[in-house]
Structure formats: C-alpha cells, structure tokens
Design a protein around this ligand. Structure first.
Ligand code: 4AD
Ligand code: MG
Length: 501
C-alpha cells in the first residue's frame, strides 16, 4: 500500500508529476482558503499547499486543525519552487490523516535539557538530533570503510568478559552463573589475540564504564572502534590514527555539509583536519602547562571571556528594554526565546570565568607523573588548530599493558586530543610484548595471574611488537558537530542517572 510513496529528498525526479508522500506535520499555517503545511519524512522537508475545494470540506477542516507531529499521507503535483524549503512544493489533491497528534509536548519554545532527555523518545525527531544522527551514520560508515580499505579484518570482541581491560574502578559487574564477570571496557585484549592471527584487525561495538562522573565527556555506554596491528611501532600507529581521523572528517564534509551548517559547526576549522597532526611528548606537555606562556594564554582567555560576557549583558539589556515597549505579540515571543538563549550563554560564560583561574592554577601546579586532567587537556587543545598527539606518559599513570619505553619511566602510548578545547578522542599504545615485563605489571596491579595466562601466552608463542588504539564515536561526533555534551551524540544516552528510555 505504501510502496509508491516517494521520499521528499527524491522529489526532484518528479517535477510536474503526481506523487504521494508520507510523513509528520512539522509546521502548519492556515491562511483563508489555503493551508501551508510543512511535512518532514525523515529524508527532508516539503511545503504542501492545500487549496479549499481540492479535497473534501471535512478533511480540509481536519487538516487545518492538525497538531505538530500528526502523521499523514498527501497526494499531489510536485512543483519546483526555489523559495520553498527543500526547493519543491506539493500541490495537494488528496490526503489521509493516519494519526492526529494533540498537544505534542515539545514545542518551538525552549525546553531545558532535563525535559528533553525525559522526552528523548520524541526529541529524536527534532532537527538538531536528526542532523547529529545523520552525521553519526556517516562517521560509522567512514570508520568501517577506512579499515576495510586498509586491509584490516573485522573481529567481534566479546561484551561479557572475565578480565579487567582498563581500570578495575569502572567495571559493571554481571551476574554470570556465579563466576566473576563484567561488561567489556575494551575489546583490546581479545583483539591482540586476533592480531596474531590476521595481522591487522579491528573491533567496533558498545563499551561499558561505570563512570561516576557526570561530565560532558562521559557516558556509561559508548561506542568504541579499536584497531590492532602486528609489526608496527609508535610512529606507525600515529600515522594510522591521523589518516583515520582525517578520513572521517573528510567523509562528513562531503556527505553532511547541510547538516553541519544547520548545527552551526565550524566547517572551515574541519577543512584544516589533514595530516600531519601535532606531536608532543607528555614531558613537553608538562613543560607547556607549567610555563609562563600558559599563564599568559589563560589571562588572555579570561579577558576575552569577560568582554564576551559584557556583550551578552548588553544584548540582554537591549532586548529587555524593547520587551517593555509597545510591540507585537510575535516580536514578544521572539524576544522571549532569544532571552532564554542569551541567558544560557551568559551562564556558560560565567562558568568559564569562574573556572579559568582554577584551571590556570591546576596547570601551574601540574606535577610530572600525574595523568593529564580534563582541564589540562582543554588548555593544550585550545592552543592548537589541529588534533594533537600527546605521547610517552609516565608509566605509573597508565594501564598495565602499555609497552615500556627505552626510558623506563614512560610508556609508548598516546592520546589524541581534538583541537579547539575539545580534548581526548583517542587513547592508544604499543603493547608490552616482553613476557617478563608484562608478568611484572600484572603482579604490580594485583590482578589474578590465572585470569591472564591466555594474554601472557601471546608473549610466549611468537610475540611481536604490536599496538593499537580506541576512538570514541560520541566524543568524535561531539567534536565534529560542535555539540557541547556527548549525550546528544547517541540516540539513547546512558549516564549515571539515566537508563529509562
Ligand atoms: O583511552 P581509553 O580508555 O582506551 C582504551 O580503552 C584502550 N583499550 C583502547 C585501545 O588501545 N584499543 O578509551 C578510548 C577512547 C577515549 O579516547 C574516548 O574517546 C572514549 O574511548 N571513551 C569514552 N567515551 C565516552 N564515555 C566514556 N566514559 C569514555 N571512556 C573512553
Ligand atoms: Mg584514555
């Protein structure tokens, strides 16, 4: 029955022809004998024009009253119209209302984030979420394409595991027939086995961390892609990582320019994402953070934030003054919406002003040996216009499996920080391939040796230098789209206090 329905993004092939489209009411404006009604169908938006007399009186009246998100099918003639959303209009000659939606809870007015998360099942239909979802789709396709075209074999690592992959502190325990088991924090250890079979492998799936933090960068369930390569060294790994991330960004620029524009993403900045990326050692990062240069940089940032704050306050004052005057209702509504936006910008800039001196102090006191904190990453990231590799972290700050460097104080690892203040999107390393050194690390961490015998076997039977990394999909997406919080970058986010929908 619906097989003849034409998708809105395909209307260009049906100019002056009669078609049927099916979708949801996005916006409706009755005007005397006409109804202008915009339909969205998941592929695009189309303005449909219904003239009184072209359909039954009863149906005309019903459509006139239709609420947002009512579902309909419209039959009509496609007409090219540059001024119309999507470039084509439908002159309606027949209509069917499938489900009338009354009092749709999400309205064009601003809603708080908590309300929107509670209504996630509906909010997914919003334009912003739709754009993010489309870009996510491209990112995931690009990930698979990159590895498939570069001789990597896909290997699915288990989600239920019996050993600690990253940190014992962030495990979700599972009731597994009275045996200790967890949800996987990484596929890496299993992937190392597969790398000894295929040479170059990757896994891609959901990953779980019982993160107690509610920051913009943390989910308890997120998607991670992990390549693992045998016969590689650290410079070789960095090269794969920068080619990989550049490829993802290029694909998004090719396929999703319209979505990026709608989201207000920084397209010019994305065009700069080509190899080579910046390379810093942890020790250099430490020097930068504790230098006068950083203090000056932070002071300049603070001055900039303060002038931004002043600008926002001026705009608010001007709008408030205008709202007190004799103005039309539509203008009142517009001002109210703008004020909500401006006040949230003001909140944000005030938080930045409050945090700036704290972060500057943390940076100046940063001790060699500690892991980089979120604010330290942000500072380094703000100083660069392309992603930055930070390599060779102190051994004590990192996971047990990372390969010890010639300098025994550090390991051969890297984090990739996305630029413009975003922070870490990739974590990776060479893996310890010496049986003795790995054994010592497992013991130092107090992990149960019997659980790691299979992992140690890889170092017993034909050990080779190997390494890999993990890229978080939601963080990558948040960086590319300019979305502040990664919870908007997955359809159904899981956080410490969110699991219901
Ligand atoms: O740096 P991580 O912990 O590295 C690993 O798990 C390695 N075993 C990967 C490997 O070498 N095969 O995590 C990798 C990436 C991070 O850079 C980040 O993008 C993402 O996974 N990530 C998270 N994303 C959202 N929420 C969280 N709680 C995340 N934790 C890590
Ligand atoms: Mg990490």
């Amino acid at each position: 029955m619906f097989k003849d329905i034409v998708k809105i993004n395909n209307l260009k092939n049906f100019a002056e022809k009669e078609v049927t489209i099916g979708g949801w009411v996005y916006h409706s404006r009755p005007s005397g004998k006409l109804i202008f009604i915009v339909i969205r169908d998941g592929s695009g938006l189309c303005q449909c024009v219904i003239e009184k007399g072209k359909i039954s009186e009863e149906l005309f009246e019903k459509i006139k009253r239709l609420g947002a998100e009512s579902s309909v099918t419209f039959k009509g003639t496609v007409r090219k119209d540059e001024r119309s959303v999507g470039g084509y209009e439908l002159l309606v000659s027949g209509a069917e209302v499938l489900c009338e939606s009354v009092d749709y809870p999400i309205t064009p007015k601003q809603h708080g984030i908590d309300f929107l998360l509670k209504n996630r099942h509906l909010h997914l239909r919003s334009q912003r979420q739709w754009c993010i979802g489309k870009i996510r789709h491209t990112v995931i396709n690009a990930i698979r394409q990159f590895f498939n075209e570069n001789d990597f074999t896909l290997v699915d690592s288990p989600i239920l595991t019996g050993i600690v992959g990253e940190e014992a502190g962030s495990l979700f325990n599972v009731d597994y027939f009275e045996m200790p088991a967890f949800l996987s924090q990484t596929g890496q250890l299993h992937l190392e086995c597969a790398a000894m079979s295929y040479g170059r492998v990757y896994c891609f799936g959901p990953t779980f961390r019982a993160e107690k933090s509610k920051t913009r960068r943390h989910l308890t369930e997120f998607w991670m892609v992990e390549p693992e390569v045998a016969f590689v060294d650290l410079p070789g790994l960095l090269e794969i990582a920068e080619n990989f991330v550049s490829f993802i960004v290029k694909r998004v620029l090719e396929d999703n320019e319209a979505e990026l524009k709608t989201l207000g993403a920084d397209i010019e900045a994305l065009k700069k994402i080509v190899p080579p990326f910046y390379r810093l050692t942890y020790t250099q990062a430490h020097e930068i953070l504790t230098s006068q240069k950083t203090q000056d940089f932070m002071a300049a940032q603070l001055a900039d934030f303060k002038s931004q704050k002043q600008e926002i306050e001026n705009k608010i004052a001007a709008l408030e003054a205008e709202a007190k005057g004799q103005i039309k209702q539509w203008r009142q509504d517009k001002i109210a919406a703008e004020l909500i936006d401006l006040r949230s910008d003001l909140d944000e800039i005030e938080t930045k002003i409050e945090n700036n001196p704290k972060h500057a102090k943390l940076a100046s006191e940063f001790k060699w040996g500690e892991d980089l904190g979120g604010s330290d990453e942000t500072i380094i990231s703000l100083m660069h216009d392309k992603p930055i590799f930070v390599t060779h972290y102190p051994r004590e700050a990192k996971a047990f499996y990372m390969k010890q460097d010639e300098n025994p104080k550090v390991v051969q690892n890297f984090d990739m920080l996305a630029p413009a203040g975003f922070g870490e999107i990739i974590g990776g390393s060479m893996r310890e391939d010496s049986y003795e050194k790995l054994l010592a690390r497992i013991n130092e961490h107090g992990y149960k040796l019997e659980n790691y015998q299979w992992y140690l076997d890889l170092r017993r039977y034909g050990s080779v230098p190997h390494g890999g990394f993990g890229l978080g999909v939601e963080r990558t997406l948040a960086w590319i789209t300019g979305e502040k919080h990664i919870r908007q970058c997955i359809a159904f986010p899981r956080m410490m206090d969110k699991i219901l929908i």
